[in-house]
Design a binder for this molecule. Sequence first.
Ligand code: OKP
Ligand code: ZN
Length: 344
Amino acid sequence: MLTFHSDATGRRRARTELDEGRLVAPYECPERVELVLDRVRQTGLGDIREPETFGLSPVLAVHDRGYVDFIAACWDDWRAAGHAGEAIPSIWPARTMRGDVVPEHIDGRLGYYALAAETSICEGTFEAAMASKDIALSAVSHTLAGGEPAFGLCRPPGHHAASDQFGGYCFFNNAAIAAQHALARGARRVAILDVDFHHGNGTQQIFYARDDVLFASLHGDPRTCFPYFLGHADETGRGRGEGFNRNYPLPPGTAFDTWSRALDDALARIREAGCDLLLVSLGVDAFEHDPISAFKLTSDDFTELGRRLAGLGLPTTFLLEGGYAVEEIGLNAVNVLTGFEAGA
Ligand code: OKP
Ligand code: ZN
């Protein structure tokens, strides 16, 4: 299987993440990609390619223009305002205020376009987000061209990014951009299966009222897990999208026996919906030792996940989402891919 990778993902090197009331070194760091790449090489998964550049139009197909302009200019605007640290929002259009007027001041704009405060914007963030979506687009293009699976070593991740909001370490929604691109290239229905520990609120929001993208997500129950405000089981889609959103919120401590029953249900729904492409939002933070997550999957469970995905028999593109701070991020991500190849 081909891997798509770019050093440009390393242009984002944030120094601060707001975590438990302190500014810490971000969990979502450039080393994550290097660890996965090392493992891709060690296992001889296949060739590693540079992405092509696709420009902004595939981004604008899923994100608002004002939002994209904001992400592009945020760091310069923040510095021009004379702020010393990295850009962190501190005020939102909360329930009791107005949300229909975009402020001019960068502090206001930051809150308008943010859905959380842990994710600082720093120099290179826009460039890394551009590289990340180009990796996703290149990987899915490879799958579309010949039916072969591909792995996009995306970073920063994408699944929390909504049509006009960043957060949860995400800026551009790589999987959504890739899905929309596939539809423009003739796919009729795309399945996005999100196995990251955290609910893919951004992907859900972008496609919620549509039946050409089926979104299914297994994740920590939002009653106790980030992102807290989306991801419940009763969110099933709206209008013609009714039935094309499936959430499997699971309690902290969930291990593979329970997790894989939800997986099998999601796979059955994907089969039933008649999809012609599978995009996997491949977070590996459901791992038992992940530092910010609470599921109990083992490294071998990730191999079995890959095998079950292959059982769908669909053209498949894997896009990296979360998975943090542990050496095993490489082992776990590549186990999914080798499990897939063994099952194909
Ligand atoms: C991004 B992805 C750590 C709290 C972290 C943000 C989680 C973002 C996850 N104490 N909260 O879905 O892996
Ligand atoms: Zn996650």
